[in-house]
Design a protein around this ligand. Structure first.
Ligand SMILES: Nc1ncnc2c1ncn2[C@@H]1O[C@H](COP(=O)(O)OP(=O)(O)OP(=O)(O)O)[C@@H](O)[C@H]1O
Length: 261
């Protein structure tokens, strides 16, 4: 692998006495599409939150785009990164959450242009032009002047995806983006994400309980349990010929519940 865009080494995270991430190591190549799967509570969301600098870490090291995310070496000693460094590093990464968190009193267009104008100092005209292109890409070109309350959940989530993309991050993190949606709205969001995965060279990490989607979306699937990677590989291998007993029993339960893998 060339220089990885994300490098995670011996990562540890505890909440009080609860060890949630337990000596985790993995690299992500630029442009790679990764799916993180595993039982509830295995630490998948925590990893995304750590990458987004929403959680600090208890040990280990993370590099994003070749630079340490949380700790900067100072005379050989590791010290917490300062706010200016975190601010710079956050620009590399965008995240879409389970709950869309749109600004309720701003139009769809304003939701997308706000951060580029305020945090990156882009001109309103340039931000609006790209916002309209992104709305077109997520199939909502005609909704630019709508308010969030006038949209369905699936449409809101597609606006949230466009909003994250508007900051032009190198890495996108998706955390259970369809789990708050009514079942009939899931497919439209998955279609947008599959298109993104296929048509852009952006690096993407996806946490999902939808195994069929992970299968279609990812270049590589990581199966987590108890804050560690139990098994990883291409989707065809993980979903049709898993090697580890824990992966097999997890997938058996998923299939028994009627889900496609
Ligand atoms: N802020 C917090 N304070 C205390 N415990 C937390 C906190 N955030 C997460 N946890 C705990 O850390 C563990 C891992 O949570 P995490 O959300 O990362 O798991 P997950 O694999 O994403 O689960 P799910 O698939 O249900 O979303 C869980 O036991 C959770 O209760």
């Amino acid at each position: 692998m060339d220089q990885p865009i994300i490098r995670i080494q011996n990562l540890e995270k505890s909440f009080g006495t609860l060890r949630v991430i337990d000596g985790l190591n993995f690299d992500v190549a630029k442009g790679e599409k990764l799916a993180l799967i595993g039982p509830s509570g295995s630490g998948k969301t925590t990893i995304l939150r750590i990458l987004m600098t929403l959680e600090d870490i208890s040990g280990g090291r993370i590099e994003v785009c070749g630079e340490p995310l949380y700790h900067m070496s100072k005379g050989g000693a590791e010290v917490p990164a300062d706010e200016a460094h975190l601010h710079k590093m956050r620009r590399h990464i965008g995240m879409v959450f389970q709950h869309f968190n749109l600004f309720p009193h701003k139009s769809v267009l304003q939701n997308i242009t706000l951060a580029p104008v305020l945090t990156k100092g882009e001109s309103r005209a340039a931000a609006e032009k790209r916002a309209r292109e992104l709305l077109d890409m997520v199939g909502l070109a005609d909704k630019a002047d709508y308010m969030p309350s006038q949209l369905s959940g699936g449409q809101k989530q597609r606006v949230a995806i466009a909003r994250a993309l508007a900051l032009q991050p190198q890495i996108m993190l998706f955390d259970e983006v369809t789990s708050a949606l009514d079942p009939e709205l899931v497919e439209e969001v998955l279609e947008v994400m599959k298109r993104l995965a296929n048509e852009t060279d952006m690096t993407m990490l996806l946490v999902t309980h939808e195994m069929g989607f992970a299968h279609d979306f990812a270049d590589r699937v990581l199966f987590f349990d108890k804050g560690r990677i139990v098994e990883q590989g291409p989707p065809d291998q993980i979903f049709t010929a898993p090697k580890q007993d824990r992966t097999k029993s997890f997938l058996r339960k998923i299939v028994a519940a009627g889900q496609r893998v």
